[in-house]
Design a protein around this ligand. Structure first.
Ligand code: ADP
Ligand code: MG
Length: 503
């Protein structure tokens, strides 16, 4: 009996030992895999670093590229497009005007009624719809017929609420969020599609004519009287409410900026013939590029797999369309190189399946168990992840968004530098007092308005770059639907169409 007990105890000890060994091995393996994932995160953090010195280099590079783009056509990756807009709305405009806005994700239609007094601006009607994905690679005919039929529906609904006499022809501003070479304030040709659009036969077509043709075919008596880049619409809206507004930036599906430039600085335009001595320049800053941009392997892969590779490099780091996909790529790599996310989810392999609104929802998840992170991961086919993995995902969102916001701030500071409002004394020569003039930058877009952390990081970086003394004179003003409303205001203020000879 005694011997039997000894043997039993020995056997139990052997079993316990082997169980312990297996557990220790598993733990070591798990730790190794966790270390691997942490290593991937560290790499990401390092390659996304945007210390102040680097941001300052970006600011300088942007100002230099702006200058180069103003000197000659094709002189820079920044197209610095002429808009032929010299007079911005000031509040004295009157009448009823329409705008149709084709953005990257949404199209909007609005009607505004102006009585000549800024305070009584009346946005009588506004509709916003998602752009059906089938349109992105359809034909020009399908796209413009879709827009015309939507506008028809919008107008049919208004009944007699529009303050318009039946004898007055409706005037429409077409707000267009893609690069256009304007030939006048009401005409211009598409340079290229961006943000996932690919309607091949349209490059080189006059955009306003395309819309006018579609409206005519439907028998709609509307005149497409202005073709306005969305940033220019935003600047008009900003300026209408606050004459210190000198630039506008859009952070939506994509990103772009415009600003007021002195006509004598627009060297490539021989005969700008503006009365105000300045003109709004559409930078098309999404295409900005510098070898100093903090680029990661995920950016390289995203670009290579995109419809417009080697193009719009800046937009692909800061645009709402792309942030979600960068985060997805990081999570995918982690799940391929370790099992902390469980078996690899086939959903995670799908480009753009993780949207930036989900990134902000995860990033800003303040529930104690990070339930929002868990829910979104579950939608991506990753379930049952422990708390530390949820925190890891939150950190990825933070790194990607922080980089985007800080680069965005460098872009804004680049514009301020170019126009001599960054306090550095560079650019235009002005007295100290003038340099410290109040400067307003109008900002709009779904990324900016819906993503608090993006806004906060951008604000913080702008203060870092400018320093408190200068930053206190710079106001970032958020707007909603500013591009569409501003385009209608611009149409109202520049009713007489001026055509300027192309450069
Ligand atoms: P558009 O680009 O069509 O003019 P918006 O300016 O409304 O439209 O921007 C839409 C984009 O904003 C979306 O594609 C998305 O990338 C981003 N966005 C929208 N909501 C959020 C959100 N809650 N958090 C982060 N980004 C968002
Ligand atoms: Mg937009």
């Amino acid at each position: 009996m005694g011997r039997f007990l000894v043997m039993l105890t020995a056997a139990a000890a052997v079993v316990a030992c082997s169980v312990a060994t297996v557990m220790v091995r598993r733990r070591i393996k798990r730790r190794r895999k966790w270390r691997k994932v942490v290593g991937i995160l560290r790499d990401l953090e390092e390659s996304c670093e945007t210390p102040l010195g680097r941001l300052r280099q970006m600011v300088d590079a942007i100002a230099v590229e702006m200058q180069a783009g103003l000197v000659s056509e094709g002189g820079s990756k920044l197209k610095m497009l002429l808009t032929f807009v010299d007079d911005l709305p000031n509040g004295s405009e009157r009448g009823t005007y329409y705008a149709l806005h084709l953005g990257g994700s949404y199209f909007r239609m609005i009607r505004v009624y102006l009585t000549g007094q800024r305070s009584s601006l009346e946005v009588q009607d506004v509709e916003r719809h998602s752009i059906p994905t089938s349109l992105l690679n359809s034909t020009s005919e399908v796209l413009f017929d879709f827009l015309a039929s939507s506008l028809q529906g919008f107008i049919e609904k208004e009944g007699d609420t529009s303050n318009l006499s039946q004898f007055v022809k409706r005037e429409l501003a077409f707000t267009f969020s893609f690069p256009v070479k304007q030939t006048s304030i009401s005409s211009g040709v598409l340079i290229k599609w961006t943000k996932g659009f690919a309607i091949s036969e349209m490059a080189g077509e006059d955009i306003a004519e395309c819309l006018q043709g579609a409206l005519n075919r439907r028998g709609l008596d509307i005149h497409v009287a202005a073709l306005v880049n969305d940033t220019v619409g935003a600047l008009s809206f900003g300026h209408y409410h606050d004459p210190d507004t000198i630039a506008a930036v859009v952070f939506g599906t994509g990103s772009n900026a415009c600003y007021l430039e002195r006509t004598d600085a627009i060297i490539k335009c021989q005969n700008p013939r503006t009365t105000s001595g300045s003109m709004v320049v559409n930078m098309e800053w999404g295409n900005f590029w510098s070898s100093r941009l903090p680029r990661t392997r995920y950016d390289v892969e995203l670009d290579a797999e995109s419809l417009n590779s080697n193009d719009m490099g800046f937009e692909k780091m800061i645009g709402g369309m792309y942030l979600g996909d960068i985060v997805r790529r990081v999570i995918l790599r982690m799940s391929q190189e370790s099992d902390v996310f469980g078996p690899i989810s086939s959903i995670l392999l799908t480009p753009f399946v993780l949207r930036t609104n989900s990134v902000s929802a995860m990033h800003e998840d303040d529930t104690p168990e990070l339930q929002e992170v868990a829910r979104i991961l579950k939608d991506l086919g990753v379930s049952e992840v422990p708390m530390k993995v949820r925190k890891l995902v939150m950190k990825i969102c933070d790194v990607v968004t922080r980089r985007a916001a800080r680069l965005a701030a460098a872009g804004v500071a680049g514009i301020l530098k170019k126009v001599g409002r960054d306090g550095s004394g560079g650019g235009r020569r002005r007295s100290d007092k003038q340099m410290m003039r109040r400067t307003v930058v109008a900002v709009e877009g779904g990324l900016y308005s819906n993503y608090k952390m993006f806004r906060e990081y951008m604000d913080e970086a702008l203060r870092e770059i400018l320093g408190e003394d200068v930053a206190q004179h710079v106001v970032i003003k958020a707007m909603e639907d500013g591009s569409s409303i501003g385009s209608a205001l611009l149409l109202a203020s520049s009713h007489s169409v001026r055509t300027i000879p192309p450069v």
